[in-house]
Design a protein around this ligand. Structure first.
Ligand SMILES: *[C@@H]1O[C@H](CO)[C@@H](O)[C@H](O)[C@H]1NC(C)=O
Length: 221
């Protein structure tokens, strides 16, 4: 009893030391590569620490170091051994998805204003913009699109209602006929049973139809 308590206490203090180290390493990396999904995630985690995607800076650093866009940073040597954040796309994948979606539908909120992504670097395939913010806006509006099913839904299925990538902040965005604010089904929600509709997002049966489509997309993963 006594010994196991001591072992637990030691394990807990060792874990928090490792996490403090990865926090410093991640902060250094994100100063150089702020426009990468791992660093965009790190930034929004500052205010959403209890979200599953924010649970471990070890995991976020591992994601940054698994992404060719930022893997060259000294924080990635030695290579982190933690498992990366579930479903987080690379900068190249997110850039390609945003370019593809905005090529098809340039008028979407996620292609305009602060979301706007310039053409990707021809060598790296990475666009110098907040790719996760743009992809999140686009995919909350059009979850059925190919890039959203491939690179956004798996992340948001694990990250639940992480704002703003998976769930819009209350009152954010311009309501349009295609831009419905709708909560993501939580990671634990049963397929076909999206989590409770937001009082301000009830657009009658249209919302229900879209919610069912999202649930179907997530269930099909
Ligand atoms: C594209 O990325 C490469 C490799 O990081 C870099 O050397 C080059 O300067 C970049 N090109 C532009 C136009 O930014």
């Amino acid at each position: 009893m006594h010994a196991s308590f001591l072992a637990l206490a030691l394990a807990a203090s060792a874990a928090s030391v490792v996490n403090a180290q990865s926090s410093a390493s991640l902060a250094a990396l994100c100063k150089v590569y702020p426009n990468t999904p791992a660093c965009e995630l790190s930034a929004v985690c500052a205010s959403q620490a209890t979200n599953p995607a924010c649970a471990s800076t070890d995991a976020i650093l591992a994601s940054a170091c698994a992404d060719p866009a930022s893997a060259a940073h000294p924080s990635c040597t030695p290579k982190p051994t933690a498992a990366p954040v579930k479903g987080l796309p690379t900068a190249k994948a997110a850039s390609a998805d945003v370019a593809s979606l905005c090529g098809e539908m340039p008028g979407m909120d996620g292609c305009l204003g602060t979301f706007m992504c310039p053409p990707a670097n021809a060598t790296t395939g990475v666009a110098d913009c907040n790719q996760m913010a743009a992809l999140g806006s686009l995919c909350q509006d059009m979850p059925g699109m190919t890039g959203c099913k491939a690179d956004w839904a798996p992340f948001c299925q694990a990250a639940g209602n992480l704002t703003p990538f998976c769930a819009k902040a209350a009152g954010a965005g311009t309501p349009t006929s295609m831009s419905m604010s709708m909560p993501m089904p939580g990671a634990t929600a049963a397929p076909g049973a999206p989590s409770g509709a937001n009082a301000n997002s009830v657009v009658g049966s249209l919302t229900a139809v879209v919610a069912a489509a999202v649930a179907a997309v997530l269930a099909g993963l």
